[in-house]
Design a protein around this ligand. Structure first.
Ligand SMILES: Cc1cc2nc3c(=O)[nH]c(=O)nc-3n(C[C@H](O)[C@H](O)[C@H](O)COP(=O)(O)OP(=O)(O)OC[C@H]3O[C@@H](n4cnc5c(N)ncnc54)[C@H](O)[C@@H]3O)c2cc1C
Length: 412
């Protein structure tokens, strides 16, 4: 993958790629001292976090993160080089970066909408991973219909006082900062929304309560966050009052991948987790799973399913490559939304196939020494449902693709 990309490098990218390869050769961390979760959204312990934060800080100090942001905000001041760093980190099988919401969503939102002094204050520690960020959008009554958020901010002098309840907030248990969509006017649905960044960790027990939510997997990646008269400076408001919906679109564009086509690249969203969810991993599993006198891979029906899965996966890979062809980018949402939708659904069907291959043994879970593949597949299968919901459910992605990209009539 990396050599295919390298052929199209500009001279600056080629020089940077050589630098990244060289640096990664000597600095890619070895085996972690603790078991890591499958994705950054399930980091649960201080040990996991500090190992991953140390890696992010080292990669930032070496210039592999925030590459395309201006130096004035802590970036590398390069042009279209984050993609190169991401490809090389992926090829070197580095650990993933823990500040995934910070890099992928908060950084571009702050960069495009915050005051200059706030960008300079917040972005360097976001890039280095010293400050973890979370996203406070969803509420008990506002998910797909995001514009229904009710958490309210009312003015008091040059401050705002926040009251309300956010939910499903990934990484809030470690986050210093939250990007948050708030209601500042109850009489207008969209124009009554404003967007802030709030320092939640400093306010724990003083206006902010974070309560972990336990998933079906036993992991606690996301949380409820309760605001009780939290005071925030007006300088942490992004863009104008009442423009929260427009600012949220910047966040969502990057969350779903479309922003990467337009601005400074966020970096670090695409690093490999400890477990590969690919059809070839399931083929290996089938070859190593005893079935009757042979292995699961001898089963003709299963072989057929594996081939179909391999073809879908290859189709996705080729579709992702189309985002490099300018002439095909007629609508900014087309490929990112297609790819988000397909990637999450294909990952789910790959994990389902692995669980089928394991059969009864798939009921053995992480921590059971008899579990095939260390019990990773049932964990992937359960977590795969979250991935078809997070960042907009599959139904909502289909609606957007149908209505905004293909111009079909609006659903009722
Ligand atoms: C792993 C994970 C991590 C998350 N992390 C965060 C986070 O860090 N911060 C954050 O703010 N949120 C986070 N979320 C929340 C996520 O954004 C919401 O769950 C999602 O937007 C759906 O909202 P909801 O749960 O309220 O479901 P609802 O909106 O109530 O939807 C319920 C069902 O109705 C369907 N539906 C709704 N509207 C339509 C429609 N118009 N047409 C067709 N079908 C429809 C949905 O597809 C779904 O099947 C996370 C969720 C998950 C699973």
């Amino acid at each position: 993958m990396s050599d295919d990309s390298a052929r199209k490098d500009t001279p600056e990218q080629a020089e940077f790629r050589a630098y990244c390869r060289d640096w990664l050769q000597g600095n890619t961390p070895g085996e972690p001292p603790v078991r890591l979760p499958q994705t950054p959204l399930e980091i649960m312990t201080e040990e996991q976090l500090s190992y991953l934060q140390a890696w992010q800080k080292a990669a930032y100090d070496a210039g592999l993160i925030g590459c395309d942001y201006p130096q004035a905000v802590g970036g590398g001041g390069r042009k279209d080089c984050q993609r190169v760093a991401n490809e090389e980190m992926l090829a070197a099988r580095t650990p993933f970066l823990p500040n995934v919401i910070g890099l992928g969503m908060a950084a571009p939102t702050v960069f495009y909408h915050a005051r200059d002094e706030v960008k300079a204050e917040l972005l360097p520690r976001l890039f280095s991973g010293e400050d973890i960020w979370c996203q406070g959008f969803s509420e008990p009554g506002a998910g797909s219909d995001l514009a229904s958020v009710q958490t309210f901010a009312e003015p008091r002098g040059d401050k705002w006082v926040i009251n309300g309840h956010k939910v499903w907030t990934s990484l809030a248990h470690f986050a210093e900062w939250m990007i948050i969509l708030l209601r500042t006017d109850k009489s207008h649905k969209y124009d009554g929304l404003s967007y802030f960044v709030v320092p939640i960790r400093a306010a724990l027990g003083k206006g902010v309560t974070v309560r972990p939510l336990i998933k079906i997997t036993g992991e606690t990646g996301f949380n409820e966050v309760i605001f009780d008269n939290l005071e925030v400076d007006d300088r942490y408001r992004l863009d104008e009052l009442g423009k929260g919906w427009q600012v949220a679109m910047t966040t969502l564009l990057h969350e779903r991948g479309a922003g990467e086509l337009q601005g400074p690249r966020s970096g670090g969203m695409k690093n490999r987790s400890s477990h590969n969810i690919t059809t070839s991993a399931v083929i290996d599993l089938a070859r190593n799973t005893r079935r009757g006198a042979g292995t699961a891979a001898d089963d003709v029906l299963l072989r057929d399913k594996l081939m179909r899965q391999l073809i879908r996966e290859e189709g996705l890979k080729q579709n992702q490559r189309r985002s490099r062809v300018q002439a095909l980018l007629d609508h900014p949402m087309r490929l990112p939304l297609q790819n988000k939708l397909l990637a999450s659904e294909i990952a789910q069907s790959i994990a389902a196939l692995a669980v089928e291959v394991e059969g009864m043994a798939s009921s053995l879970y992480m921590g059971d020494s008899n579990a095939p593949a260390g019990g990773q597949w049932p964990l992937s299968y359960m977590n795969s449902y979250g991935m078809t919901i997070a960042a907009g459910t599959s139904e909502v992605q289909r609606n957007i693709l149908g209505e905004r990209v293909l111009g079909l009539p609006k659903s009722k």
